[in-house]
Design a protein around this ligand. Sequence first.
Ligand code: SF4
Length: 501
Amino acid sequence: MTILLSTLNARYTHASLGLRYLLSNMGDLQPVTRLQEFVIGAKTSDVVERLLAHQPKIIGFGVYIWNVEETSRVVAMLKRVAPQVVIVLGGPEVSYEPQEQRIVQLADYLVTGWGDVTFPALCRQILHGPKPLMKIHAGAQPPLEEIRLPYSQYSDEDIAHRTLYVEASRGCPFKCEFCLSSLDKTAWPFDLDAFLAELEALHARGARLFKFVDRTFNLNIKSSLRIMQFFLDKLAAHPDDPVYAHFEVVPDHLPDALKEAILKFPAGTLQFEIGIQSFNPNVQTLVSRRQNNEKAAENIRWLCSHTQAHLHVDLIAGLPGEDIASFAAGFDKLVALGPHEIQFGILKRLRGTPIIRHTDAYGLVFDPYPPYSILATDRIDFASMQRLVRFARYWDLVANSGRFAHTLPLILRDAPFAHFMALSDWLYAQTDATHRIALDKLAALVGKWLRLQGLEKEAEAALANDYAGQAGKPGKNAGKAEKAVKADAAALPRQQRHAAA
Ligand code: SF4
């Protein structure tokens, strides 16, 4: 084998879309190019051994915020045991500020930005000469119709066991300063007919779980409607073998035509990820995020109350200008709207993003190591930020997991942020841990905390309902839950638990 394309995915179920784009666009080099994916946590020497077993001349690594440290170790070891192998890096983590990065120093070449055209051209030069003079190659950005679509590179095993990432467009027209997509300044659509033909082929091969990585699926409503209709047609034709689609949407743009389409999706077939990030207008202005908060809230409420879509809504703590009280107000507002999950993220300084322009004025202190999380701001000190980090972790375990669906309202009551923060502080004091807490131990602790709040009777009933295996089994919404579970062979278990609550 001459060329290997490799990366360390965050999980086995995440099949790398980027590597499959590269493989599709290798042209005459495609027959001598292979994919070799790993999962983070793999032993460095095992990764290196498996890569070298192919006797590659070139290895191209996809480098991301979640794998940069481990990939650095892999590249360092490769350069010691097989210095003749040419290492080419690409991916968002190394596309900005490359001079500061150890992994770039270790590698032979770097392609920044889009690699679809530039990576194969660089490989040709490396293999056939003349030797490339520059180490860093800015990725060319061709018209999208010149990029070969990658979907036939999903193997039967990928289709059977992994999430299939797809994209109908690249880029984003918005400019939120904490986000790498803000640098795109626009969005570029792929040819929709060609894209839908690829989805059709994947579906015919058995694919049922599609995750769209388009940054803003509902930007072009005509395209969104055609894509949704594709899934609705499949659902109508194969009701016993349903598809499941995940889209990222902006919350303040849901025209009636889109709403009508959303209403037609049965339970367990549609998921939206909705970025709110902050409800504070001053913070939004500061980070250049354009959002109509009233419209966004109205649309989330409508989605929760009228549709069967599963909603993940994102909030970010630690943005410049946001203090705990302002974050708490946004959190409570969001809880009241009723999304199934609130993804509570901590601000990260992604390389290349303009958020750092606020560093001095707002006292932003970021961890210098990946994932570059915010440690403190002028409004949230380090200790308070740590409490927020733990809140996020416990929120995932207790609320987003769906395992405490009947108990959660009892915890949150009339002040969701304040009460959950109290629970979070108490849980940490009891366990000194935010990971590896067994479910039965967590349930016992939640019950104890509720008893301390004087809610003994209510806690007992709610926990019995949740923890004694009742979530997902017959209860007051049993019919709905059973329907959802039946209709959705592909739905994640925690979504089924949310549906059952
Ligand atoms: S946060 Fe979302 S809307 Fe804002 S720039 Fe990034 S992808 Fe676009």
